[in-house]
Design a protein around this ligand. Structure first.
Ligand code: NAD
Length: 498
């Protein structure tokens, strides 16, 4: 069985915690490896390694740091299939879906290749007699990333390329449920020429996270995961004086107006609701058809398609979705479906108890379609993070908009319509960070930034793209007077530069 170790200062190490956790193949339910769970000693060692190399890396020219990103792009492109297989083996998503994850991660590496241009800064000559002002952005120092299980490659790469390109050194604490991708990311950066210690990986759970929060030499934390943990890390990280961005959970709605192309809307809901078994923070989990007639037409299209979903292991080329991540996740999702049924939702397609021949021990949940879901139901209020699509029928467009605006989460949303006025009004009024107009999963490309609103994010900055430059650097403004020979005596009034 594979043993997944930490990587500190370029060396693999088991550390001293003595704790491990099993890693599973979700398709079979079998343990396929173990991950070592680090804590304070391992975080201390990783931060020390990152500190040691910080002067070298932060003083490496932006063009040379960009050269590592260019090389990383080449390595990742060549090894894309290997990364996808590593993701699927522990996460369970289909191979094509994992390749999509790699493609989106590559966008961030590509954006980081342009770092010399993005760090250029501002200069003003003659702000006073012989006085010039220069504003530059400097790296923060050692920064940390804490990432979730559902994108074990893409989410770490939402953070690392931009943090490193800006001149920081990095400690990554990936999800303990599918940790191998993180070590592969390290391996690829090493192949791309990254000096040892610039990127360190410490595996673990809460103990490692708490050690990150407590470490005085970690300047900033990027977190992506569930909302309760995002809030915990944001509040404790800020109290410890760190810069923190913490992206949390979601409940993404898609409004279907009566004029929408119903086939197109049904296609969009199938992919956005059931792709990756619904384990995406941008998955659509609530369809909001406006008017009963729209709802009936939509349901008629969806029922046979959800029933016919092709569910299989990641190496089945016909599979449309795989298993969920753990036995606990399966039990929790099935429990949510039961809660929805008890609270009055109609279970039109029931994924509970789904089993796949030859894979009976796997963590499977079949595609589930719930109709007549209402605002007060648990299944509506809470994130399910599984292959469950709820239909909440709305009498009017305004009610649908209010519903979304009232929800605690505000990550992504979409509207399907042919009406430009409605689409424009929706984009303007909706209290959500990422909006799709006839686009079900509006994840911004790598040269824009990703981020929700409300309980889906804590902190001022979205992740990757231009927001990352602001998050991973701090502003320094230098005002200088040349020639130094100018003397006008001591000035006791506030300097006016006049
Ligand atoms: P999670 O919150 O359980 O875990 C995320 C990270 O936090 C992991 O590294 C984990 O080890 C750590 N962690 C877990 N429990 C902790 C605790 N008690 N104290 C300190 N650290 C702890 O999330 P997950 O189940 O891995 O991922 C799924 C969640 O992530 C969903 O809620 C999903 O919506 C969210 N997510 C959000 C985004 C986004 O961009 N907003 C993207 C992907 C996933």
């Amino acid at each position: 069985m594979a043993l997944i170790e930490h990587i500190i200062g370029g060396e693999s190490t088991s550390g001293s915690s003595g704790k491990t956790q099993d890693i599973f193949n979700p398709a079979t339910g079998e343990a396929v490896g173990q991950v070592i769970l680090g804590a304070t000693a391992e975080i201390d060692a990783a931060v020390q390694a990152a500190k040691n190399v910080l002067p070298l890396w932060s003083n490496t020219s932006p063009a040379k740091r960009a050269a590592v990103m260019f090389a990383m792009r080449g390595v990742m492109t060549r090894r894309a299939d290997e990364i996808a297989r590593t993701i699927s083996a522990e996460h369970g998503k289909t191979h094509d879906d994992a390749l999509g994850e790699v493609a989106r991660a590559l966008e961030v590496v590509e954006y980081a290749c342009g770092i010399p241009d993005k760090l250029k800064g501002d200069f003003s000559r003659d702000v006073g007699p012989g006085i010039d002002t220069c504003a530059e952005r400097q790296p923060l120092g050692v920064v940390a990333g804490i990432t979730p299980f559902n994108f074990p490659s893409m989410v770490p790469l939402w953070m690392i390329p931009m943090a490193l390109a800006c001149g920081n050194t990095f400690v990554l604490k990936p999800s303990e449920r599918d940790p191998s991708s993180a070590n592969l990311i390290f391996d690829m950066f090493r192949e791309a020429g990254l000096p040892d210690g610039v990127l360190n990986v410490v595996h673990g759970g809460k103990d490692a996270v708490d050690a990150i929060i407590a470490h005085k030499d970690i300047q900033a934390i990027s977190f992506v995961g569930s909302t309760p943990i995002a809030h915990y890390i944001y509040s404790n990280g800020c109290a410890a004086g760190k810069r923190v961005q913490a992206l949390g959970g979601a409940k993404n709605h898609m409004i279907i107006l009566p004029d929408a192309d119903i086939d197109q809307a049904a296609d969009a809901l199938m992919g956005a609701g059931f792709g990756s078994a619904g384990e995406r923070c941008m998955a659509i989990s609530v369809a909001v058809p406006v008017g009963n007639e729209t709802a009936d037409r939509l349901i008629e299209k969806l029922v046979p398609r959800v029933e016919a979903l092709k569910i299989g292991p990641s190496d089945d080329p016909d599979a449309e979705m795989g298993p969920v991540i753990t036995k606990d996740a399966k039990d929790r999702i099935e429990g949510m479906i039961s809660a929805g049924e008890t609270e009055g939702a109609e279970v039109l397609v029931d994924g509970r108890g789904f089993s796949l021949q030859g894979y009976e021990g796997g963590f499977w949940v079949g595609g589930t379609l719930l109709d007549r879901v209402t605002e007060n139901m648990t299944v509506y209020q809470q994130e399910i993070f599984g292959p469950v699509l709820s239909v909440l029928r709305s009498d009017s467009y305004d009610y649908a908009v209010d519903l979304i605006n009232k929800h605690q989460y505000g990550n992504g949303t979409a509207i399907f319509t042919r009406d430009g006025d409605a689409a424009r009004d929706f984009a303007n009024r909706i209290q959500v960070g990422m909006v799709g107009i006839n686009v079900p999963i509006p994840v911004p490309v790598g040269y824009h930034s990703f981020g929700g609103w409300k309980q889906s994010i804590f902190g001022a900055h979205g992740i990757y793209g231009p927001e990352a430059i602001h998050f991973y650097t701090r502003l320094k403004t230098v005002t200088s007077r040349w020639p130094t020979g100018i003397r006008s005596g001591a000035e006791f009034t506030f300097p006016s530069m006049g």
